[in-house]
Design a protein around this ligand. Structure first.
Ligand code: AR6
Length: 169
């Protein structure tokens, strides 16, 4: 099941929230900064032993002080105009995050809009990839995992909702 809401992802009581991290996994601004602040310093300590994460891949940690039990850290692509496999790499973020979620028997997961902040990915294209990739993966695995697209702005929510309503998948 897929749905979209407008919220601060750090407040969600789901099994896992996804972090739009950078390849160092050592924190940053945007949603990454918010997650580290809310989870507390133990999150950074666990991230330090993970040895970073290449673009498109994902790694799992505990959620510490967050209401979410786990954090899945994934690294989205920087938008370079669209001809640098940005779409393929963004698709990998969603696929690899869901793969980890299933391995850890996660039933509810929330994604931020990966790459669409500092990394500059256009929201319409990114939301399309997010929805299509997640739906495809759920169908493929016949999984009943509940996926929430957690939008920070009203505009982003409208983009996600209109795509979900159109049934683009
Ligand atoms: N809850 C939900 N969404 C949020 C929150 C929040 N608390 N805060 C921001 N967003 P960004 P990126 C939205 O820039 O583009 C970091 O420094 C935001 O409005 O966080 O993948 C990392 O360390 C936007 O829609 O991530 C990397 O260096 C979305 O989250 C770099 O930024 C993603 O924006 C990653 O850039």
């Amino acid at each position: 099941m897929l749905n979209a809401i407008q919220a601060d992802i750090t407040t969600l009581k789901v099994d896992a929230i996804v972090n739009a991290a950078n390849s160092s996994l050592l924190g940053g601004g945007g949603v990454d900064g918010a997650i580290h602040r809310a989870a507390g310093s133990e999150l950074l300590a666990e991230c330090k032993i993970l040895g970073g994460c290449p673009t498109g891949e994902a790694k799992l940690t505990k959620g510490y002080k967050l209401p979410a039990k786990f954090v899945i850290h994934t690294v989205g692509p920087v938008w370079l105009g669209g001809n640098h496999n940005e779409a393929g790499l963004l698709e990998n973020c969603y696929t690899n995050s869901l793969k980890l979620a299933l391995e850890h028997r996660i039933k509810t997961i929330a994604f931020p809009s990966i790459s669409t902040g500092v990394y500059g990915y256009p929201i319409n294209e990114a939301a399309h990839i997010a929805i299509q990739t997640c739906q495809k993966k759920l169908n493929e695995l016949q999984s009943d995992i509940e996926i929430t697209f957690c939008c920070f702005s009203k505009h982003d929510l409208e983009v996600y909702q209109s795509l979900l309503n159109k049934g683009i998948c």
